[in-house]
Design a binder for this molecule. Structure first.
Ligand code: FAD
Length: 328
């Protein structure tokens, strides 16, 4: 195992490198800095990435492109298998995987194949001598546990917004190593027949500076339009509590919280959301939290920067109208 070799799995979203990957490059650069190591961005997208130079500007010292025609479409099993084979062969110290939906499905498969240790929900990583330590955010962020990898190479599934992307630096092109995988080297048990991108054009929750979220206090799915209208006015993304996702009012991709997305926008509007710990786990790091709830004792007010005690059916239209006038 080469302690100095830190890998980052590169996730693409609509052929664009995900912000989360840039956060992982920042985490990897800090680790590499501790041991005089190097950061390798590993892509399993099937071909040499067009944005290798960009990966370099954000911290990668080199790019390893695992290439196979079958990897052009995303199948967790094949992508994890390709990555696992490379880890076994080259033995980096750790592979950092961002805990997106795709990352959460890649990391356990990557670890389980060759039997590598996996630490999930990591928020910070550091070397103590030759031991790699991780701080893990457990029980909805209520417990922070410091744990060590029992062996290396290991796999760290790192929570979004745990690290900020580095300031990009101009440097020459980074070396790109292309590895052509053999024809039968992937399980190929899943054939992706088509892909559809949901919500094209919408701001993704993870990337949004402003999020307007709605909860059961909206009273019914038809009232979620109040959330959409305010979000549209502010150029914000729409979020939701699990209660209304489970009730089928909005799709899961909007869910914020322990079992949804972890977000860190500049402003988070919580509308008709009580503020259960599992919801707070996903949004309490927002810079500013505006809570609208008719119950002055609602727990959401304990984390709110600004609280409005009132009925969402009255407050939301008034806010939307006021912002429209202000932004016109
Ligand atoms: P409620 O708790 O019912 O709150 C509704 C709020 O609206 C109340 O505070 C009420 O005062 C207010 N209200 C009612 N009418 C109005 C009105 N007209 N105007 C203004 N306010 C009004 N939850 C998540 O959100 N995300 C998660 O990821 C998540 N993961 C979970 C994981 C586990 C393992 C478990 C057990 C639970 C999880 N939950 C999660 C569920 C969580 O515990 C809560 O049940 C959920 O967050 C409640 O959603 P809510 O605030 O919309 O609804």
């Amino acid at each position: 195992m080469k302690q100095t070799d830190i890998w980052v799995w590169v996730e693409g979203k609509g052929h664009k490198t995900a912000t989360l990957t840039l956060e992982m490059l920042a985490a990897a650069s800090l680790l590499a800095g501790q041991v005089g190591g190097r950061v390798t961005a590993v892509t399993t997208a099937g071909s040499v990435p067009s944005d290798a130079a960009m990966l370099g500007r954000y911290g990668a010292d080199g790019v390893l492109a695992l290439c196979h025609p079958a990897l052009a479409r995303f199948s967790e099993e094949d992508h994890a298998c390709a990555l696992a084979a490379a880890v076994v062969e080259r033995e980096p110290s750790v592979v950092l995987v961002g805990a997106s939906t795709a990352g959460k499905s890649i990391a356990p498969r990557l670890a389980a194949g060759p039997g590598l240790p996996l630490l999930t929900a990591c928020t910070a990583l550091e070397w103590k001598g030759r031991t790699l330590r991780a701080v893990r955010s457990l029980y909805g962020g209520n417990v922070l546990a410091t744990e060590e990898f029992s062996a290396l190479p290991g796999v760290a599934l790192v929570l979004p917004r745990s690290y900020s992307p580095l300031e990009p630096v101009e440097k020459g092109p980074v070396p790109v190593e292309e590895v052509l995988l053999e024809a039968g080297s992937l399980p190929g048990r899943v054939q992706v027949v088509s892909e559809a991108r949901e919500g094209a054009g919408e701001t993704a929750l993870e990337d949004a500076d402003i999020i307007v979220s709605g909860g059961r206090g909206l009273g019914g799915p038809e009232h979620y339009r109040l959330v959409r209208e305010l979000a549209q006015t502010l150029g914000a993304a729409c979020g939701a509590s699990r209660a209304i996702v489970d009730a089928g009012w909005v799709p899961y991709k909007h869910q914020v919280g322990q079992t949804g997305k972890k977000v860190k926008p500049k402003i988070y509007f919580a509308c008709g959301i009580s503020g259960a710990v599992q919801h707070l786990a996903g949004m309490r790091d927002a810079d500013i939290i505006v809570a609208i709830n008719q119950d002055p004792e609602a727990p959401i007010f304990q984390v709110a920067t600004y609280g409005i005690v009132g009925d969402v059916h009255r407050v939301l239209p008034a806010l939307t109208a006021a912002f429209r006038r202000r932004l016109a």
